[in-house]
Design a protein around this ligand. Structure first.
Ligand code: FAD
Length: 447
């Protein structure tokens, strides 16, 4: 692949920044509920609180939709992130709840799109677990069985049966969800939020969150907000404050790239008739999806741990793009001459258990890390459930199933720099083994 003319962005390739960024907070305010962070999670929380008659203030450091919510792959998943085999081994009781949360999250986000009439190029064609080898196909079948036992659904088949490119062995298509333009989705939710009764202050970074008697006090450079309750929805950035539970999550940097437009007949020749987005079954996935502009957006394969807060503003480096481009050429040999046009990245929060987590600090501060790379649908759903908890005083069973009873979390065994390098090396070793096995099988067939 040609990577000589890539535009490296510190925002996203999906959409430009808004032209109507709201002014920052200047002065002191009081309110019922303050929400910190204007991603899909924070916006959905504030929107729901406003709809339910609460006096709500949302504070966002840049503009709503600045973070991961506008930068992701745009895959609405209905199966939890993380390796279901490991999750069912270590947290067998949690898996059915996680599976239900994931499916309900996809449905909730589809509802959000419909209710607010958001034009975000949504194609409800399900996300496919795509196997690049027979080993990965075996893993997919095991995951499909675990999913079924936990009450979830997925269709297993060959690449022809699933309508995914013939260069993949086969896989499993999730029952709900699909692919959309996350920049347009975030912009649509922002529009709905700005039209609601919520007070939204952009360009307003919360520098500290403290509790003062029965109130929560949010400090910003030019004012304070005193609220009865607060929701922390800053995703990977939440480790900046003392109040955040220790070891709640670690920040990880991941990237996406987009090809130049590809001739429709070349795409048709791939056999990708379902247009389902695909995630491979490596420990650290690769994902590939088509867009309405006849490009392919793909990404991840390598994750980098953030070391210090505040997290830096970053653009991808050429080396990481080159590695992703190499993988693309292997998965899509007939498109190996296509150029990469754009690259961007973003911060996600990973929990040590790989489970989505929500919880409460004392009686009036709530947090949600419904992420692990699958938060596009989960973050807004969990946010809306937290809003309902604040108003009703009782937890929905889906919120209950990811609720941290105490804000105490184990250390991050595999998520240090050495652990991440090892996981990456294991993925590359299995790729090499599968590559040589494929070549040997092809040679045997020709003899
Ligand atoms: C490259 C990439 C690909 C991904 N692909 C997918 C995918 O295909 N499918 C999927 O389901 N998920 C995917 N994800 C994950 C998904 O995007 C996130 O889980 C989800 O968007 C999280 O939403 P959020 O609202 O919690 O966080 P964010 O969208 O990150 O929002 C947090 C907000 O908080 C603001 N903020 C931070 N600090 C402060 C502060 N001190 N004061 C005020 N505001 C602050 C930030 O500016 C930001 O706008 C991907 C993520 C990335 C980065």
């Amino acid at each position: 692949m040609n990577i000589d003319n890539v535009t490296y962005s510190t925002f996203t390739g999906w959409i430009d920044p808004p032209t109507d960024v709201r002014p920052s907070l200047d002065g002191d305010l009081t309110c019922d509920v303050a929400v910190i962070g204007g991603g899909m999670g924070g916006m959905a929380t504030a929107l729901r609180l406003a709809e339910r008659g609460q006096d709500v203030v949302l504070l966002e450091a840049e503009f709503c939709g600045y973070g991961a919510s506008s930068r992701n792959g745009g895959q609405i998943a209905s199966v939890p992130g993380g390796d279901l085999r490991l999750l069912s081994l270590f947290y067998p009781k949690k898996v059915p709840g996680m599976v239900r949360v994931a499916e309900n999250s996809a449905r909730f986000t589809e509802g959000l799109i419909k209710t607010h009439d958001i034009d975000c190029d949504y194609e409800p064609n399900g996300l496919a677990f795509a196997a690049v080898s027979h080993g990965q196909m075996l893993r997919t079948r095991t995951i499909a069985a675990i999913l079924r036992r936990a009450g979830g659904r997925g269709t297993v088949g060959t690449s022809e049966e699933l309508g995914i490119p013939r260069s993949f062995v086969g896989g499993m298509r999730e029952a709900v969800g699909g692919a959309l333009n996350p920049g347009k989705l975030s912009r649509g939710v922002r529009r709905a939020l700005l039209a609601s009764s919520a007070q939204v202050y952009e360009q307003t970074k919360v520098t500290d969150v403290t509790r003062n008697g029965s109130k929560v006090v949010l400090s910003t450079p030019r004012g304070t907000v005193r609220a009865d309750k607060a929701v922390l929805a800053t995703n990977a950035h939440s480790g900046e404050w003392e109040i955040t539970p220790k070891r709640l999550s670690v920040p990880m940097w991941i990237i996406e790239v987009e090809t130049e437009p590809i001739a429709p007949e070349r795409i048709a020749a791939l056999g990708w008739s379902s247009r389902s987005g695909m995630i491979t079954q490596h420990q650290v996935m690769e994902h590939y999806r088509l867009t309405p502009r006849n490009t392919i957006v793909f990404g991840i394969r390598r994750i980098e741990r953030g070391q210090t807060y505040p997290l830096p503003t970053k653009a991808p480096d050429r080396g990481t793009v080159e590695e992703l481009a190499g993988a693309f050429a292997t998965r899509f040999p007939t498109l190996a001459d296509v150029a990469v046009e754009r690259a961007w990245g973003g911060w996600i929060a990973m929990t040590s258990s790989f489970l989505s987590i929500a919880g409460q600090i004392e009686d009036n501060v709530y947090y949600s890390i419904a992420c692990n790379g699958h938060g596009l649908a989960q973050a807004p759903y969990v946010g809306s459930l937290i809003a309902d908890l604040i108003v009703d005083g009782s937890r929905h069973e889906d919120l209950d199933s990811i609720w941290a009873k105490e804000p105490k979390f184990p250390p991050f065994a595999m998520l240090g720099p050495l652990g991440l390098r090892t996981v990456w090396a294991v993925d590359r070793l299995t790729d090499m083994f599968n590559g040589s096995r494929r070549r040997a099988l092809r040679a045997a067939r020709m003899r």
